[in-house]
Design a protein around this ligand. Structure first.
Ligand SMILES: [Zn+2]
Length: 317
């Protein structure tokens, strides 16, 4: 907690980096941005753990990678004395009242592994996955990502997937989706949707950032845009810092309102970091800047209140 406020980071690739670089989550001097030590220093109460899979392999190979990531979570991250896994609204509410241990929520980035089978979606739900970013940059069975030139929207299977996810109690994440897919999701959604790690296109022109219309529409579903620390999405140049992220947050609030903004660092999914947001231990200083700018109530909503509300509206009983 930071000043008694519940804090959430909506996107980090800890599991991927643990696997690819053979890093330990609990090593006190781990180079992970979001190691256990850094997370405890950060004030974050709930960290979303992403299972990301390399996009250049078959869907079945990706499914194996997802299984590998989930297994890594259970063997190398989960310790009952240190970690709580959030699967239901009641578990979230209980943790918000007593956030002694670090809460985690499992997510999938890129629904390629579904490979056209809702049974895989159901199995992932049973395994605790509660948030899915529908695509990475490429195309898959659900939709096209921003890197697919065709720029298609949701497929028929993609529509079924969104409906089924929301019926089960899984949060739909539109970060990485091509524009048409974002609009398709907004058209069919019955629940709040999020962009877990995206910034504002009006502040910095990048294909992964969102237009004002998209920001507004996401907020109107009751969802949030998670401002992200990926330097390429923040601005031009090599010495970008938290002040540059604040310009995005200003704009996101101006367009989507104070209830429509959250944080999704993308820590451990980025090679380079911002100058003063290098890992979780830099969060408290950043929270201080948010409080100076938006007041304590603004801080409460931005650092976790809004995303907790969305999760409460979405998670199963
Ligand atoms: Zn991503």
């Amino acid at each position: 907690m930071y000043k008694g406020l519940y804090a959430i980071d909506g996107h980090a690739d800890i599991l991927f980096r643990m696997g690819s670089e053979r890093l330990s989550f609990y090593d006190p001097v781990s180079p992970l941005h979001q190691s256990y030590t850094h997370l405890r220093e950060s004030g974050i109460d709930l960290q979303v753990f992403v299972t990301f899979n390399m996009p250049d392999v078959s869907a079945n190979e990706q499914l194996l990678q997802v299984m590998d990531s989930l297994h890594r979570f259970h063997t190398e991250v989960y310790r009952p004395e240190a970690i709580v896994v959030i699967r239901t609204r009641a578990q979230l509410q209980a943790h918000m009242k007593n956030p002694t241990r670090l809460a985690t929520l499992l997510s999938l980035e890129g629904a390629d592994a579904l490979n056209g089978h809702l049974s895989v979606l159901h199995a992932l739900f049973q395994m605790g996955v509660r948030l899915i970013g529908l695509t990475w940059n490429g195309a898959n069975c659900v939709a096209d990502g921003v890197g697919e030139l065709r720029g298609g929207g949701l497929t028929a299977f993609g529509r079924e997937t969104v409906a089924q996810m929301q019926e089960l109690g899984m949060l739909v994440d539109v970060s990485h989706l091509a524009a048409r897919g974002v609009w398709d999701v907004i058209e069919v959604t019955q629940k709040p949707v999020i962009a877990s790690h995206s910034n504002a296109l009006a502040v910095h022109r990048h294909r992964r950032n969102l237009t004002d219309d998209q920001i507004r529409a996401i907020a109107q579903t009751g969802g949030v845009v998670g401002a992200t620390f990926v330097p390429a999405f923040v601005g031009e140049g090599t010495d970008l810092g938290s002040e540059d992220v604040l310009r995005h947050i200003d704009h996101l609030i101006q367009v989507g309102g104070l209830d429509g903004v959250a944080l999704g660092s993308d820590f451990d999914g980025i090679e380079h970091t911002l100058t003063d947001l290098r890992n979780g231990s830099d969060y408290p200083a950043f929270y201080g800047k948010l409080e100076a700018r938006y007041g304590i109530e603004g801080l409460r909503r931005l650092i976790g209140g809004n995303l907790a509300r969305v999760l409460s509206d979405t998670l199963p009983d």
